[in-house]
Write a protein that binds this ligand. Structure first.
Ligand code: ATP
Length: 241
């Protein structure tokens, strides 16, 4: 049951000046797979995701659906169906839920408003709460609703790979569960997910596979279900849960 590889990072390194924040990472995401990267503060998770999206220069080899992308740029990644939901969510607070969603589909605007409405209906099917609040200013949403809106906005472009940077940040445990349950349902829509999380337990519960990043390097990787029972993972990352 081996899935075709969608994203493939090999010897992937990222430097800030002389400092190597990500060191020779090998990571793959298969079609329809949910892969998580967990690890402590400052391990390089955000840096890895940003570089994989083309927001930061990287070294090594990035391959998407078999196509090697030389010097990945955001444009190149977006054009190939990759979307990133950054940690800060970056919503337009003074705009309605609906308008924030329409902006997410902007790069496909030429396909017409009808297509946009259809995508929005799909997003509303995934997040019924957003539908109820479609006219509300996004600044007035709860933390969980804002995260749902950020994910929904990224889905407006119908990505095949969705990269999420700490979607659980600042959310209450119950809401974390709700958001991550939606993330796991994206698989059924044919969206693959690369999920960066500090909340290791929640992430391992929804992911198929996981990588543990420590000081910029992969310290451990494997099936998420196995890592949930790994003594070292339990002691280091799950102890407080
Ligand atoms: P967190 O969960 O706290 O965001 P992280 O695992 O995402 O942690 P990164 O934010 O990727 O870690 O940071 C990795 C390392 O790179 C850290 O040592 C950090 O100080 C450093 N770093 C991050 N951004 C920059 C930057 N713009 N310039 C220089 N160093 C940076």
């Amino acid at each position: 049951d081996v899935k075709p590889t969608l994203l493939d990072l090999q010897q992937f390194s990222v430097f800030y000046g002389e400092v190597e924040a990500v060191h020779q990472v090998h990571l793959t995401v298969g079609e329809g797979e949910i892969v998580t990267v967990i690890g402590p503060n400052g391990a390089g998770k955000t840096t890895l995701l940003s570089a994989a999206m083309g927001l930061l220069p990287s070294q090594g080899v990035l391959t998407l659906a078999g196509e090697r992308i030389e010097r990945p740029t955001v444009e190149a990644m977006v054009a190939r169906g990759v979307a990133l939901v950054p940690e800060k969510r970056e919503l337009f607070g003074e705009m309605s839920v609906e308008d924030n969603l329409l902006l997410g589909g902007f790069s496909r605007w030429r396909k017409g408003l009808k297509d946009q409405k259809q995508r929005m209906d799909e997003v509303f099917d995934i997040f019924p709460r957003l539908k109820e609040r479609r006219a509300q200013l996004s600044a007035t949403l709860s933390g969980g609703e804002r995260q749902m809106l950020a994910i929904g906005r990224a889905l407006m472009a119908r990505p095949r790979l969705l990269m999420l940077d700490e979607p659980s940040l600042g959310l209450a445990p119950l809401i974390v569960r709700e958001v991550l349950q939606v993330v796991s349902s994206l698989r059924d829509l044919g969206v693959s997910v690369l999920l960066v999380e500090q909340n290791a337990r929640a992430a391992l519960q929804v992911a198929d596979r996981a990588y543990v990043l420590e000081m910029g390097a992969v310290a451990l990787s494997g099936a998420a279900a196995d890592l949930l029972h790994d003594r070292r993972i339990i002691d280091t990352y799950l102890g407080l849960g």
